[in-house]
Structures are given as structure tokens and as C-alpha cells.
Design a protein around this ligand. Structure first.
Ligand SMILES: C=C1C[C@]23C[C@H]1CC[C@H]2[C@@]12CCC[C@@](C)(C(=O)O1)[C@H]2[C@@H]3C(=O)O
Ligand SMILES: O=C(O)CCC(=O)C(=O)O
Ligand SMILES: [Fe+2]
Length: 357
């Protein structure tokens, strides 16, 4: 039996201090434990780019050239924004409404659905918190499979309505993710025929996903705080909805941190580590982080998309030169998540094939 996402961290307990978090909305000063310097994160104070104006591409999915534009964005940035994506505006508003309502609940109620040390779903601090000395100015809620049990604890009355929103949202995101993956692969000359596990299964039964809701409360000293520390996603693709408050930044080697401005109704797409592997390193899994704000609280919803647990992801052979070996060894999503849970940003290099000579 392949491991489901729900069980992936069972053998990897991490101690996360959800229960000892102060209520961030009540603090008028930034405590030391939340004050970041370049000692806590070497990229923290990287100077902003000398010339502003560069930004991740905004791509119209109705444009006949969309596949090429997406391919180019995946190679240069590892991220892009999309419009005309087909996800109804009411559904985006619905998931934002749900997320806002969830985080507005009293702390004691949210903690009833706290993520356990070996669990996957529930309320708490970001999983990557254990790799940093300082705390992040945020709270999160992870969902995989049915959120029914957790939602019943949060909203004894209204949980069914909220489950319905999550189900509809995941269905739309699932379709969109698959569309985006094939569009971007098309730009590399790769089709469904070239990938054994995807061949002939247009009903996406090879995929699975998780939903991560994030809340970044108003912060008294945003310049010294960190909402979500720099990381790459351990996915094929991540589709991110952000409310109308800026905060997401992507890292580009030659430009440093670049803010992704909220565009109403659009969605942000990130290339994750598994897509980087699948593309034999041609697509970049983008390093990104979230900063916080002194006047406006920020919400984001990340749809984390990857293959079923028994599928092994390895570089598409067409993209490997005949005289070279693939850049990476094969991994399953669950195997990769476990490597990431112990080794964080060293995970990719641990499965890399080192070239001889
Ligand atoms: C399916 C995933 C992907 C996870 C782990 C697991 C559930 C939650 C995801 C996130 C969401 C927040 C950032 C991140 C870095 C984190 O701390 O938890 C993500 C991580 C990853 O992309 O590695
Ligand atoms: O809040 C954001 O903009 C980023 C969230 C994110 O990177 C994640 O949930 O993986
Ligand atoms: Fe992320």
C-alpha cells in the first residue's frame, strides 16, 4: 500500500509550538523571538534590485501563445501569474471568506483542530519553522483529504457549507494544475505520451494535493519580521491565491527579491521541486517568502499539487542528452516530503546525480 499524504510524517515527528504561540494580533511590539537578521536567514537583508520594474510575467491563458510564455516563465523565474484561468470569481471569494473566518476564530477554538506532531492536517505554525531560530509572523491551516473532522471542531454548525467550498475549490485547482503542467511541458516538446505514468489517464487519477491556508496578521515592525521564511515548494506545481495585500516575494539570482503584486482575480503559479526534477532541471523551482504589513493583514491559499504516492518522478528522458545521465534520481512525492522534512533545502541536492569527469 502506498503511503497517503496523511501518513507521510508519521515517522517524522516535529515539535512545533502551536500551543505556546502568543496571539500575534495582541502584540504591540515585536518580541526578540520574532526579530530576524541576516544571521537567522542569509537572504534576509539582500539589497533590493537597483532598477525596479522587473516582475514575474502575467499570462493570459486565452492567448494562443500561452504555452510558450508559460515555458519561458518556468525557465527564467519558476513563477508567473495567470488571468482568464477559468476559476469562477465567486469561488476565489468563497475560499478567501472561509480563510478569513477560520483565522478570526478565537485561538482556543483553532487549537481544537491543531496539527499533531506526526500529523499532516490542521492548525499551526508552518512546518518549516523547525529549521529556523526565529519565529514567523503567521499562522496556517493544512488540509488534505476531507476537512470534515477538523471543520466540525471549528464550526459545529456551518462545517458542511465550508467543506463544500473546499471541495469545489480543489476540483477547479486540480483541473487547472493539470492544464498548466501540459501547457508548460508542451513548450519543451514533451507530451503525455512521453511520460509513462500519465499516459492515457486524462482523469488525473495519478494526482493528489493539499491545501495550505495562511494568515499574516498586521505586524508592528514589518521590516524586522518574517511572515514565511524562504523555501521552495515540494510539489510539481503550486497555485497560490493571495488577497489584495502584497507580501509574496520571489528570489531571482540576478535581481534579488521581487514582490509579486496582487492582481485582483489572478492566481500565482510556482514551479515546485518535483517539476524541476521532471524537467531535468530546465524549470526552476522558485525560492519564495512572505513579508508582512503594518496596516493590513494578509491571507493566502496555496494549492500544493503532486503525483499519487506510488508514482516515481524522474527526469523525462527526452530532455536528457544522450551522452549524459539524468540530473536527478527518481523519487516519490512522499519520499521527497520525508527527505525535505529532515534535510529541508538540502533535499534536492541529495537526490542529484553528480556528473562524472
Ligand atoms: C504537501 C506539503 C508541502 C508542504 C509540506 C506538506 C504540507 C504543507 C506544505 C507547506 C505549506 C507552507 C510552506 C511549506 C514549505 C511548509 O512548511 O508546509 C510547504 C511544504 C513544502 O512544500 O515542502
Ligand atoms: O503567503 C504566500 O504568499 C506564500 C505561501 C507559500 O509559499 C506556501 O504556502 O507555500
Ligand atoms: Fe510556498
Amino acid at each position: 500500500m502506498p503511503t497517503m499524504l496523511t501518513d507521510v510524517f508519521r515517522g517524522h515527528p516535529i515539535h512545533l509550538p502551536h500551543f505556546h504561540q502568543p496571539d500575534l494580533t495582541s502584540l504591540s511590539n515585536l518580541p526578540d523571538s520574532y526579530t530576524w537578521t541576516s544571521q537567522d536567514d542569509p537572504l534576509f537583508t539582500v539589497a533590493p534590485p537597483p532598477t525596479a520594474g522587473e516582475n514575474i510575467p502575467l499570462i493570459d491563458l486565452n492567448n494562443p501563445d500561452a504555452a510558450n510564455q508559460i515555458g519561458r516563465a518556468c525557465r527564467t523565474w519558476g513563477a508567473f501569474q495567470i488571468v482568464n484561468h477559468g476559476v469562477p470569481l465567486e469561488l476565489l471569494q468563497g475560499i478567501e471568506f472561509l480563510t478569513g473566518n477560520l483565522f478570526r476564530l478565537p485561538v482556543q477554538r483553532k487549537l481544537k483542530a491543531a496539527r499533531s506532531e506526526t500529523g499532516f492536517s490542521g492548525y499551526g505554525v508552518a512546518r518549516i519553522s523547525s529549521f529556523f531560530n526565529k519565529k514567523m509572523w503567521s499562522e496556517g491551516f493544512t488540509i488534505t483529504g476531507s476537512p470534515l473532522n477538523d471543520f466540525r471542531k471549528l464550526w459545529p454548525q456551518l462545517h458542511l457549507d465550508y467543506c463544500d467550498i473546499v471541495e469545489q475549490y480543489e476540483e477547479q485547482m486540480q483541473k487547472l494544475s493539470s492544464k498548466l503542467m501540459w501547457l508548460s511541458l508542451k513548450s519543451l516538446g514533451v507530451s503525455e505520451e512521453d511520460i509513462k505514468w500519465a499516459r492515457g489517464s486524462s482523469d488525473f487519477n495519478w494526482a493528489q494535493s493539499a491545501l495550505q491556508l495562511n494568515h499574516y496578521p498586521v505586524c508592528p515592525e514589518p521590516d524586522r519580521a518574517m511572515g514565511l521564511a524562504p523555501h521552495t515548494d515540494s510539489t510539481l506545481l503550486t497555485i497560490l491565491y493571495q488577497n489584495n495585500t502584497a507580501g509574496l516575494q520571489v528570489f531571482r539570482d540576478d535581481l534579488s527579491w521581487v514582490t509579486v503584486p496582487p492582481v485582483p482575480g489572478s492566481l500565482v503559479v510556482n514551479v515546485g521541486d518535483l517539476f524541476h526534477i521532471l524537467s531535468n532541471g530546465l524549470f526552476k523551482s522558485v525560492i519564495h517568502r512572505a513579508r508582512v504589513n503594518q496596516t493590513r493583514s494578509r491571507l493566502s491559499v496555496a494549492f500544493l499539487w503532486g503525483p499519487q504516492s506510488d508514482i516515481k518522478i524522474s527526469p523525462v528522458l527526452k530532455l536528457v542528452r544522450p551522452d549524459e545521465s539524468p540530473l536527478y534520481r527518481s523519487v516519490t512525492w512522499t519520499g521527497y516530503l520525508r527527505t525535505k522534512a529532515t534535510h529541508f533545502n538540502k533535499a534536492l541536492s541529495m537526490i542529484r546525480n553528480h556528473r562524472q569527469g
